[in-house]
Write a protein that binds this ligand. Structure first.
Ligand code: C5P
Length: 302
């Protein structure tokens, strides 16, 4: 296919290896120290010319993906087109592998993917800084979907500084149903009401372990400030975390706002073993295995 016929962009999922959450700000968001790690589990977004804006989706959970203008892919196309005085006349097809509403930034991935695909399809050559600004407008996690690899996100998570990451292996347990990110943050506020919530800070020990590529070191440093809130809303996730640890995972945590749970494992062989044990445990719907880090949104060769 020539670029005029269609552009496909591949975008990774993420796991947060540290998610430190501050108190709610006046604008309702929370300041974060959010160490993002992209994992090799991808959605693909293909943009082709069309009469109007249209979204389609394929994949095991595609029935859970909104196909209207609330989809971040649609919002990305509309925002980019509006900036250039264009009509968003594009068909966006999403091949979905990232769990939906799972705390792995699947919606954000589709937003970043659509932005890059439309930019290429329409031949705009938008500078990187401007693409990142549009991503931040779309959502707090969207800039990271564009850049991938590993990064510290501050502010509400959108201000990124790249950090070093060695290679690690992960298993993800996909839960039945999704969790709403705003609902998890509201639960965080409820659980911390009346407490002095410290300003969030990246952990030097976590960053050193991430850079080292030593899974035993990283296992001792993983943390998620939203985990208590996610478990409060979905207590059954505790059994999933326990099942993965019993099966030999080095560490287990909720991925972002959940309900996907993430398991750090020693190697690929251990990943397959832990994934099989999790599936057999009956405490999750399905599993995925993936290495990290992974590149950010990338236009695939035509
Ligand atoms: O930025 P995004 O649209 O992904 O955020 C979704 C919701 O998650 C926000 O409306 C807010 O309720 C919550 N959130 C937050 N603090 C952040 C990021 C998200 O409270 N840093």
């Amino acid at each position: 296919m020539s670029a005029a016929a269609g552009v496909t962009v591949r975008v990774p999922a993420k796991v947060n290896v540290q998610l430190a959450v501050g108190a709610a700000r006046p604008d309702g968001f929370h300041d974060l120290a959010n160490v993002f790690l992209a994992v090799g589990l991808y959605d693909e977004v293909t943009a082709t010319p069309a009469d109007g804006l249209r979204i389609t989706c394929e994949g095991p959970d595609s029935d859970q993906v909104p196909l209207d203008r609330t989809n971040l892919a649609a919002r990305a196309a509309a925002l980019l087109a509006a900036r250039h005085g264009l009509e968003p006349a594009v068909h966006l097809h999403i091949a979905k592998r990232i769990p939906v509403a799972g705390g792995m930034a699947g919606g954000s991935a589709d937003g970043a993917g659509a932005l890059l695909a439309c930019d290429a399809l329409w031949g705009l050559g938008t500078p990187r800084e401007e693409l990142l600004a549009i991503c931040a407008e779309l959502g707090s996690d969207v800039p990271f979907s564009l850049v991938g690899e590993a990064a510290l996100g501050t502010g509400r998570g959108e201000l990124l500084t790249p950090v070093a990451a060695g290679r690690f292996h992960w298993v993800f347990a996909v839960a039945e149903g999704g969790l709403s990110t705003p609902a998890v943050f509201r639960e965080f506020d409820r659980l911390t009401a009346g407490q002095d919530v410290p300003a969030p800070e990246a952990s030097p020990a976590l960053l050193a372990a991430l850079a080292s590529g030593d899974p035993d070191a990283l296992a001792g440093e993983l943390s998620n400030g939203l985990q208590a809130a996610a478990l409060s809303l979905r207590p059954e996730l505790a059994a999933t975390l326990a099942a993965g640890t019993e099966a030999g995972a080095l560490a287990a945590l909720v991925s972002g706002s959940g309900p996907t749970t993430a398991f750090l494992v020693r190697d690929e062989e251990s990943a397959l073993k832990v994934a099989a044990a999790l599936e057999a445990s009956g405490t999750c719907r399905t599993t995925r295995t993936a290495p990290s880090p992974a590149p950010g949104a990338t236009v695939l060769p035509a």
